[in-house]
Write a protein of this length. Sequence first.
Length: 191
Amino acid sequence: MPVPKNRRKESKFEASHNYYILRDEVTKLLLNNFGYSQEKYDKNIEHFRQSHQHLPNVDEVVERMRLKNEAMQNWFIEEERRAVLDLVRNIGTEFTIGNSIFPSDTIAKEQEYIERRHHMDMAISCCFALKQEIQDVIRILPVDMNKFMRFSEIIDKQIALIKGVRQADNRFMKPKNKGKNNENNKGNPHE
C-alpha cells in the first residue's frame, strides 16, 4: 500500500531537485528583466507629463525620469542579473561540493565532516544572499512585488532542505555501537 504523499520522508535528492526548480525560475526571471517593463515605465512617464503640465519644470523632471529609466535598462538590470546568477550558481556549486564529501572511517573523518558542513553552510549563506539581492531588486525597480513571493518560498524551501541534509550529517560523527549490550555493561563490572 503506497504511503500518502504528505507522510513520505523527503528523498535524499529533494535538495538537488528543488535547486533545479530554483535555477529554472530564476533563469525565467532574468530573461524577463525581473519583470521590469520599459513600455510600462514610458507610459508612466507620459502620464506624469500629462498630469503635471502646469509645472514650470515638467520637461526637466520628465528628462530625469527618462535618464533613470535608461540607467535601469543599461546598467542596474544587467548588474543584478550577474549578481543573482552568480549566487544561484554558488548555491548549486557549494551544495554539490559539500554533498560529494563523505566522511570516511579514518583519522580524517572529523576534518572531512567539517569540510562537508562548511560547504553546506556556504550554500545556505548563498540562499540568504540571493533572497536579499532579489529584495533589493524589488525595492529599486518598479515591479509587482507579489510576483516575487514564490521565489522567497522556493529559496526558503531550499534552505530548509539543505539544513535537513546538514542535520542528517550528524550521523557521521556519532560513535558506532559495537554491541547492543555495550552500554548496559559499562556500569556493572560483575557481568
